[in-house]
Design a protein around this ligand. Structure first.
Ligand SMILES: [Zn+2]
Length: 129
């Protein structure tokens, strides 16, 4: 499954679900050369990141993918904070706390547990009402 947004411009970036073990809930952002730009923990964030990447990429032909990747990573880190607006049913991390492995170390790549993403979905839906 590949998702693309119709922005009225040539899409330069696209999304794919991650096939990596343990990251099946994550979405990967690729550039037109099939290079992985960023891994994103939630479809909602990935849609936003894709929109931004395609917008930035359309501004100039010579904006390097690396610059866009840095921008998307920064966006992704900020968006990860949204996940911390809810507590985690899996590791019981409270609001504002990062998800932890049983060893008490944070999850790899600043990610959150799947059930917390579901909880954030609920939280966002409630906020939109
Ligand atoms: Zn957690």
């Amino acid at each position: 499954m590949t998702r693309q947004l119709d922005l009225g411009i040539l899409p330069l970036f696209y999304l794919r679900p991650s096939l990596l073990e343990g990251q099946e809930d994550c979405v990967e952002l690729y550039n037109e050369n099939e290079e992985l730009v960023s891994t994103i923990g939630h479809w909602w964030m990935a849609d936003k990141a894709l929109r931004i990447a395609n917008y930035l990429g359309s501004l100039t032909d010579d904006m390097p993918s690396l610059t866009i990747a840095a921008w998307v990573d920064s966006f992704n880190r900020r968006m990860n904070r949204l996940l911390r607006e809810v507590s985690c049913p899996t590791c019981e991390a409270g609001v504002g706390e990062v998800c932890k492995r049983p060893s008490e170390h944070p999850l790899y790549g600043d990610k959150s547990h799947g059930p917390r993403r579901d909880a954030m979905d609920e939280w966002l839906l409630r906020k939109e009402r």
